[in-house]
Ligand binder design. Structure first.
Ligand code: PMP
Length: 387
């Protein structure tokens, strides 16, 4: 008969209970499904039901006409930041987006110069999240162009460069580093991972333009919701202009769901959600570092303890991704080496870095993580065994 569930590649049969022993561990995508058990525990208080006649009108969409719900959602987001202690929101403007993905391009548009004779230069530091480049190239504007890596820009232009828009991803995707601006020009702080489960919160971020996403806060990547926190009124207005022309505002259905989810998140001052997510990530990192400590062929990024104001304790970061380096001279295609060991990662060149690096996602389901760990253990044990 018809299967009763959608199985992933490693399972089959009617109820996905049949395990295919030879299958590969897929650690490619950054889909944050590890939150699923938390939301199962909160199934009732996170439910949303909407009747067909509810909220039909355009005018209810934020920034065509703000509704009480949009205003309430905004105040929950401000409350959340003050609980987590990760960003200053007092006296700042806020704009919603279709994921933070949409806000990345809105930010480039808002920060680039309109009337100058040459386009603004958009840069990021290698290794960086590929969408920064891909979007800037796609939109192909006269007002901005992607110039690549901040380091090569610095050595070619000295320090007196003028019109730059720098993406600063902190913590960074793929390597988890807490990045700072290196060019000193206009900046877009992408804080997708600036939450207590991924990194110690050392103090509130206080930059002119900061981007956040629901995806890596609660795991609801599919809801497509992000927000920008903006200091400057002119920049804020350019964001609004962008969102109005691109979408006429963000789906009210989405906003309603996000509001329901955030009400659960701020319960108990954020402790239940952040503790659940932190414990999961710490457990995964503990087990991962044990495997890598037995290897000389593969290494992962160094982590340094910092004081976390949220948990009021000094802790190691537990990033969303492991940034794996193949140490052997011949292993310059690390993804191929891992693939031969039945592990699928994302190759370094996707992040404009060397293919000697590969990113492994640690935020997928428990089954995915268990299989990843099993395949890594098998691969590392070969080092001390037959080869
Ligand atoms: N920025 C970074 C650094 C990311 O890793 C991601 C998601 N992988 C995003 C932005 C976009 O997330 P979303 O569109 O789901 O908000």
């Amino acid at each position: 008969g018809q299967p009763v569930c959608e199985c992933n590649d490693c399972y089959g049969g009617n109820d996905c209970s049949e395990f295919f022993h030879g299958c590969s561990a897929d650690a490619d995508s950054g889909d944050p499904v590890f939150f699923e058990p938390f939301w199962m525990q909160h199934a009732t208080d996170s439910v949303v039901v909407t009747s067909g006649w509810h909220r039909m009108s355009y005018k209810y969409y934020k920034y065509v006409d703000s509704t009480t719900m949009s205003i309430e959602l905004e105040s929950y987001i401000r409350k959340l930041h003050s609980i987590a202690g990760n960003a200053i929101t007092e006296g700042r403007y806020m704009v919603f987006g279709v994921g933070s993905t949409q806000l990345l391009s809105a930010a480039v548009y808002a920060l680039s110069s309109e009337n100058s004779s040459s386009p603004s230069n958009v840069l990021a530091s290698i290794p960086f999240y590929p969408i920064y480049k891909d979007q800037t190239v796609l939109f192909n504007s006269e007002n901005f162009q992607f110039e690549g890596d901040t380091n090569s820009w610095q050595s070619n232009n000295g320090t007196n460069n003028m019109d730059v828009v720098e993406f600063v991803t902190s913590p960074n995707n793929p390597d988890g580093e807490l990045k700072k601006s290196v060019l000193g020009g206009k900046t877009i702080y992408d804080h997708a991972y600036l939450w207590p489960h991924f990194t110690p919160i050392t103090g509130p971020s206080d930059h002119d333009l900061m981007l956040f996403t629901l995806s890596k806060l609660t795991g609801h990547g599919g809801t497509r919701f992000g927000w920008a926190i903006i200091k400057d009124k002119d920049i804020y207005e350019k964001f609004l202009n962008y969102i109005e022309l691109a979408d006429m505002g963000i789906s009210k259905d989405t906003q309603l769901r996000v509001l329901k989810l955030l009400k659960v998140v701020v319960e108990g001052d954020g402790k239940p959600l952040f503790e659940f997510a932190y414990n999961k990530m710490r457990d995964r990192w503990d087990r991962l570092t044990t495997v890598f400590s037995k290897s000389t062929r593969f290494s992962i990024q160094q982590r340094h303890p910092l004081h976390c104001n949220f948990f009021n304790e000094t802790r190691l970061p537990s990033p969303a991704y492991a940034w794996v380096k193949c140490e052997r001279e011949d292993d310059d295609d690390c993804s191929a080496v891992l693939e031969a060991g039945k592990i699928i990662g994302r190759r370094g060149s996707r992040f404009s870095d060397k293919d000697r690096y590969t990113r492994l996602s640690l935020i997928k389901s428990q089954d995915d993580f268990e299989l990843l760990l099993q395949r890594l253990t098998e691969l590392v044990s070969l080092e001390n065994g037959s080869i």
